[in-house]
Design a protein around this ligand. Sequence first.
Ligand code: AMP
Length: 483
Amino acid sequence: MTSFSDLGLGQKLLDALDAVGYKAPTPIQAGAIPHALAGKDVLGIAQTGTGKTASFTLPLIERLSKGRAKARMPRSLILSPTRELAAQIAENFDNYAKNTKLTKVLLIGGVAFGPQEEILNKGADVVIATPGRLLDQFERGKVLLNGVQILVIDEADRMLDMGFIPDIERILKTLPAKRQTLFFSATMPPEIKSLVDRFMHEPERVEVSRQASTATTITQLQARVKDKTPAAKRDMLRKALDRDGVKNGIIFCNRKRDVDIVARSLVKHGLSAAPIHGDLDQSTRTKTLDDFKSDKLRFLVASDVAARGLDIPAVSHVFNFDVPHNAEDYVHRIGRTGRAGLAGEAVTIVGPADEKNLAAVEKMLGKKIEAVDFGKSGHSAPAKAAPASPAEPEADDAEEKPAGRSRRGRRPRKDQTVSVEADAPAKAEPVSNRDKNHSAPKPAQKPDKPAPRRERSGRNAQQDGDRFKGFGNDVPAFFNIEG
Ligand code: AMP
């Protein structure tokens, strides 16, 4: 097996990797690091969860460790589409670079300019930025980009989705032509290919895909709501949440407005839930995410854009408050559960307005999602339910009627289990239809008990109070280098 020392990384980095508990490089790391260390441009096709952050951060640290930072002239620039992703990269950098003197600055929106400028003035080796804030600081003359020797673009396809390509082109034009570019994207749409062709120099292409894993099973269900009102959907959602085995979950909504309304409604009904979307200020988003990762928060209510690229650990459940407009988003959403061998369940609430989107999702899946009626289903008491109130709490807004608790005593019935590429825009294939009742799937771990570390995810390590242990010896089977 390839080891980190085979890749050409120096002792300081090897010690840091040892300290975070990584035993062996993941395929994207094994494929990209030697090229990057050799100073070549690298085009990495990989998604979040493959270890791609270290595949650019480690060689960047190694290559920069010899020089020194100059005031306002960073030697490297890492561009990320979202603030959270940028913050995650910064966190990774701090862990890997702890035995070096390298400094970094995080330039993201939603936080004050002052402290960022102070670090820039002292001299930062690495700037980790979202495009908007970087351009703001550039235009204010606080950061000069002509000393950048290494440029990293992370999640380029997300940049495209979020309309950042013109900003990226502007930034690229201000950088020295003689530089190294490490470019990462999960997919290669034509706009991204054009960027690569214009701004990269004979890049080495390293592609990693997540393969379908038979151990990764996601039960997919749909709960129909005949009533057109959002309150009826929220009522159904609570019934879906109020079941045995629902340890935690992400609730996706198509609209930001609904993200807020649903989160507020759940809190009013005594559940631990908070919203995450682009209109919330940075400190709130960071706190919400941290609370969710550390199990203080049970339900994260999110928009698709807010959830993208986040290193959110595997959850027992995904709930779709509505069917996404884009069928591929459905696969992204449900891939947040059932990761790396853990059982997962995805429940989609389908109202009259969702029919068209549902048809598109089912067409993509090549099968129907089984309908279940939680109102009539037989479930034992919820694993971790809302406060034991005799009845549902009060209605959360004018349109909401007080709802009854989910009824119990339903007979077991068939459901669908599928195997998908975790978090990948791939086709989900049925692997089995088996009888079991519709209480939520048995979690692979007892509620509140940390899963064994080998069941990969930041969460397991984090629950142990040691967030950066990563995969340890057991890099999951879905890692596969293709080119
Ligand atoms: P990323 O795809 O960069 O978001 O990484 C996903 C997760 O894998 C993060 O929690 C990393 O800390 C972890 N990780 C990255 N590389 C390794 C490795 N070689 N061994 C174990 N865990 C890793």
